[in-house]
Ligand binder design. Structure first.
Ligand code: AMP
Length: 253
């Protein structure tokens, strides 16, 4: 496995792959890799010959009071994990590289790597939708693939931030996935009112001490809030805060 810090060198390598007739996949991450990220590498490998994993903690993805400085960084372990999963290259851009916003970093990565496919997790639902839209609007010749959320056996969506959860916080955090699964079941049983579903989810997480930032039924493509669920093309998006921590989760309805 190759390790690159220089965009120019990575670009040259990627172009060489293509000259040799190999397709290239990209998996953008902020590192501190867990099973969720590894599932994206495996998914990418199904669709291309060489997978590039980028590891970059993007400062502008953090709100001013969020945990940018404290965000876990584990470059050595991450590189070893990528190697084990069969990635062809890891890209560790220097922090001084000037990136602004998720679309800017991903657009830059798309230009540097020129991938045939790029894999994003459903975990960050809005991010994937925005990037899919950017790919369409800017005519990037790239197939965007959405990989399902990887969860712990008890339902908690895997996240680099789960490391911050005390045992009590972790137990209470299960209310997020519990509430979302209940919403999905309610829809399967015939419920269509977003207000009813949103109330139920808010109640469930609030009872465990979590304060919803949003708990909203949206159109899975446009992200427009929906008054009525359209089964098969809707999603329930949830973000909650407790004790300085913010967790996100979602389900397709
Ligand atoms: P991050 O390192 O948190 O920026 O995430 C990098 C990529 O991994 C994004 O496409 C995320 O959606 C994806 N990802 C993070 N957690 C999970 C998970 N539990 N299951 C699936 N994909 C995930």
């Amino acid at each position: 496995m190759k390790t690159f810090t220089s965009p120019e060198e990575l670009h040259a390598w990627s172009m060489e792959q293509k000259r040799q007739g190999r397709t290239v996949g990209l998996v953008p991450t902020m590192g501190c890799l867990h099973e969720g990220h590894l599932s994206l590498i495996r998914e990418a490998k199904k669709h291309c010959d060489a997978v590039v994993v980028s590891i970059f903690v993007n400062p502008t993805q953090f709100a001013p009071n969020e945990d940018y400085a404290a965000y876990p960084r584990k470059e050595e372990t991450d590189c070893a994990l990528c190697d084990t999963e069969g990635a062809s290259a890891v890209f560790l851009p220097k922090p001084e590289t000037h990136f602004r916003g998720v679309c800017t970093i991903v657009a830059k990565l798309f230009n540097i790597v020129a991938p045939d496919v790029a894999v994003f997790g459903q975990k960050d639902f809005q991010q994937e939708a925005v990037i899919r839209r950017m790919v369409r609007d800017l005519n990037f010749p790239i197939r965007v693939i959405r990989a399902p959320i990887v969860r712990d056996p008890d339902g908690l969506a895997k996240s680099s931030r789960n490391a911050y959860l005390s045992p009590e916080m972790r137990t209470s955090a299960l209310s997020l996935s519990r509430a979302l699964f209940a919403a999905k079941q309610a829809v399967e049983a015939g419920e269509r009112s977003s207000a009813v579903l949103e109330d139920a989810v808010r109640k469930e997480v609030t009872a465990s001490g979590w304060v919803p930032d949003y708990a909203t039924v949206v159109d899975a493509q446009t992200l427009e809030p929906l008054a009525e669920v359209r089964p098969g093309s809707s999603a329930f998006l949830l973000a909650c805060r407790k004790a300085g921590l913010r967790l996100i989760d979602n389900v397709l309805l």
